[in-house]
Ligand binder design. Structure first.
Ligand code: GDP
Ligand code: IMO
Ligand code: MG
Length: 426
């Protein structure tokens, strides 16, 4: 298998984990490269459902190395819960490794995230409250703790002396939250050290070099999606990391030339959780129908997902900035009973009639945009049992060709249901 990145091409929850799990069968080394336990990744294997947040979706196969990479942020208690759940399910987790350079989410990060969300009068983001933004903020401000710090008491002590005065001032004066003592954080870090100890990959440089030299195949697993990317998404209504294809290189430590394919995972429609612009959103019975048939409720927070028609404007943009070389189209079965299916190919500015075929990046102006649609006839056939492209009804084939034409890349994988088996490789 070529070294491949799996990237969300919309606003997350596209079915990335299903695609990662499928491709992981042929990969040797699977790296989750960004994000944290804000992600909720579902894999349905042989009728059993697994939900992952931080642990790479490749963990269900034996004899694979699965790395929680340097670009991730890790909430220790959440990680502990997830790994214990897998062990209780009888999953072999001996292939799991954690980069010593990954960043730790501390209790004050989740407190600040919760406070900011609960008290936002304007510009609420609708985060998962898992401390993601505040952790990445500290990483960029160069005052974050890394996994490796937990195993060096001297480094930890020096770093806490730098971090604590700043953090406590911020906690008290900006947020009105309780400050932390060095003793309290040191004790917490001792506990975290034990949680992570069996998995920390201290020998990662040799390990990563060996994988590369031996020509082993590497699968890079993205979380979230291009439109939630901190640089390229609907900023500020985004997460705080880089899910785009390029993020795989930064977050894993393998150079861009190691990557050979970037598969963008997209639903046949669009969903979004949290706040922010969504031009094709359907606040009507069609949106409700998509939500109910597609079971569109968040894996991490249980929130109902906002639903809308496929948006080829943002998706073409995702092909460009996400570096997509092909698309895995998921959940087309959700449309099996629909008479017609719409695809947005342009936006119209209601103030002056201006048509946008490329994505307008000032998202505060999106409230003035309305979608311009082309309408396709539904196929009115149950496609969940189909396993080859040739078996697809003509209207489904036409719909897929239309998307390929609008996006300028091919659909390489088609998903017709949540199970591993319900997949068509084109
Ligand atoms: P991720 O975050 O991108 O991995 O996606 P989520 O797990 O949050 O959400 C995708 C949901 O759709 C999960 O419940 C999957 O089991 C389900 N799913 C994935 N592919 C398909 C598909 O082709 N058809 C249907 N009906 N469900 C799918
Ligand atoms: P997966 O990997 C969908 C959204 C949140 C919020 C914004 C910022 O399952 O696709 P954060 O907690 O990251 O600071 O929240 O990003 N968000 C996701 N939406 N799927 C996800 O992950 C998401 N992770 C974060 O809802 O709008
Ligand atoms: Mg998800």
């Amino acid at each position: 298998m070529k070294n491949t990145v799996v990237v969300g091409a919309q606003w997350g929850d596209e079915g990335k984990a299903k695609i990662t799990d499928l491709l992981a069968e042929k990969a040797d080394f699977i790296i989750r490269y960004q994000g944290g336990c804000n992600a909720g990744h579902t894999v349905v294997a042989n009728g059993k459902t697994f939900k992952f947040h931080l642990i790479p979706s490749g963990i269900l196969y034996k004899n694979k190395t699965c790395l929680i990479g340097t670009g991730t942020v890790i909430l220790p208690e959440y990680f502990e819960q997830e790994i214990n759940g897998l062990i209780a399910d009888g999953i072999d987790v001996s292939g799991l490794k954690i980069s010593p350079l990954a960043t730790i989410t501390m209790p004050y990060h989740t407190e600040i995230d919760g406070y900011s969300e609960d008290n936002a009068k304007k510009g609420k983001i609708g985060t998962t409250k898992k401390g993601i933004g505040p952790t990445y903020t500290d990483k960029m401000a160069r005052i974050a703790l890394k996994i490796q710090d937990l195993y060096s008491p001297e480094t930890l002590s020096e770093k806490l002396d730098i971090i604590l005065p700043l953090k406590n001032k911020q906690l008290k004066e900006v947020y009105g939250l309780e400050p932390y003592t060095k003793e309290c954080l040191t004790a917490l870090c001792e506990k975290y050290a034990e949680i992570f100890r069996p998995y920390v990959w201290f020998d990662w440089q040799k390990g990563m070099e060996d994988f590369k030299k031996a020509g082993k195949s590497i699968l890079f697993e993205g979380a979230q999606g291009v439109m939630l990317d901190v640089d390229w998404g609907t900023y500020p209504f985004v997460t705080s990391s880089n899910p785009i294809g390029g993020g795989a290189s930064v977050g894993s430590g393998y150079g861009p030339k190691v990557i050979e394919e970037v598969i963008g995972v997209a639903k046949a429609y669009v969903t979004r959780v949290g706040e922010g612009p969504f031009v094709t959103e359907l606040n009507n019975e069609v949106g409700d129908k998509i939500r109910e048939i597609g079971h569109e409720y968040g894996v991490t927070t249980g929130r109902p997902r906002r639903c809308g028609w496929f948006d080829a404007v943002t998706m073409r943009y995702a092909v460009l900035v996400g570096g997509l070389t092909s698309v895995a189209l998921t959940k087309i079965d959700v449309f099996d009973t629909f008479d017609e299916i719409k695809v947005c190919y342009a936006y119209k500015d209601t103030r002056n009639g201006k048509i946008y075929e490329t994505y307008p990046t000032d998202v505060f102006m999106h409230k003035y945009l309305e979608p311009v649609y082309e309408t396709h006839k539904g196929w009115k056939t149950d496609v969940t049992g189909l396993r080859s492209y040739d078996e697809l009804p003509d209207n489904a084939k036409k719909y897929i060709s239309c998307l390929e034409e609008l996006l300028g890349v091919k659909v390489s994988i088609l998903s017709v249901g949540p199970d591993r088996e319900q997949t068509i490789f084109i």
